[in-house]
Design a protein. Structure first.
Length: 278
């Protein structure tokens, strides 16, 4: 099947039109969407009307659903598969402001995220930026690539919680794990720069000051490089899905005093990130 695809930037992202995600996708259509997902890493579907069950049904076509660590700690026990983004007018920040890939602190970070927005702020703010981490690695010098390959970095869920002033109770746990700094995409084998400001605390087996210098440099370089990025402007009824194996994202909080609501389903991975071998 041929899809109607409009790329967002040359590097990342595409909008797909004339698909109704409320109905199960025929196999041929699903394969075409999977092919587009592999190529563009971020897919946007406009003018959708989904119940929560239909949202889950669409997500399950890509794999089993992931349970967020906060739900494992007892929040929203009735529906642990649904991650709710409910920003009130009184909020002073939003979910996901630092650049990150979702739950990279897990032993097996999720493979994909699918966010359905039904309410946007009155000022039409609240965009999300996405960044192609294949392209980020490819843009580094060969010497720096060689330095990063075979290194591991530590991803800590509590580091992410600190951005929001959240402290765990003694009876709560949040995952923390080491992952390769350069991972091989499980479907394509392409190298991915797999460190992010939201969860990554340090490079292992490296002096602290060297680790900080290198991570700070990588974070600053990638965040300030628009050639690696695309920006999605939301409207009610927009569904966006992104590949957590190859993409980082950042929520833009430019709508203090207004509301924003959406629900995210996250597709689980069945394997830990594997190191890239040149």
């Amino acid at each position: 099947m041929s899809l109607k695809i409009n790329p967002i930037t040359p590097t990342i992202g595409a909008e797909i039109s004339d698909l109704n995600l409320a109905e199960p996708l025929p196999l041929e259509t699903l394969k075409a969407v999977q092919g587009a997902f592999s190529k563009y890493h971020v897919l946007v579907f406009r003018r959708q009307t989904l119940t929560r069950d239909q949202h889950k049904q669409f997500a399950r076509q890509f794999g089993a659903l992931h349970i967020h660590p906060s739900k494992r700690n007892g929040l929203n026990k009735d529906d642990p598969e649904t991650f709710i983004i409910d920003i009130k007018p009184s909020a002073i920040q939003s979910n996901g402001e630092p650049w990150h890939s979702d739950v990279s602190c897990d032993s097996m970070p999720p493979s994909a995220s699918i966010l359905y927005i039904t309410e946007i702020p009155e000022n039409e703010g609240g965009d999300t930026q996405f960044m192609n981490m294949h392209a980020a690695f490819d843009s580094l010098s060969p010497d720096l690539q060689t330095l990063l390959v075979d290194r591991t970095a530590f991803h800590d869920g509590e580091h992410d919680l600190k951005h929001y002033g959240i402290k765990l109770r003694p009876d709560q746990e949040y995952p923390a794990n080491s992952h390769p700094m350069v991972t091989a995409h499980p479907s394509t084998g392409r190298p991915t720069l797999f460190v992010n400001p939201g969860f990554t605390t340090h490079i292992e087996d490296m002096p602290k000051w060297e680790s900080k210098m290198l991570l700070d440099g990588l974070f600053a370089y990638t965040a300030s490089n628009p050639r690696l990025q695309c920006r999605v402007k939301w409207a009610p009824g927009t569904v966006t899905m992104w590949d957590n194996h190859s993409v980082q994202h950042q929520a833009i909080f430019d709508y203090a005093g207004w509301s924003r609501y959406g629900e995210r389903m996250t597709v689980a991975s069945d394997q830990a990130p594997a190191p890239y071998k040149p």
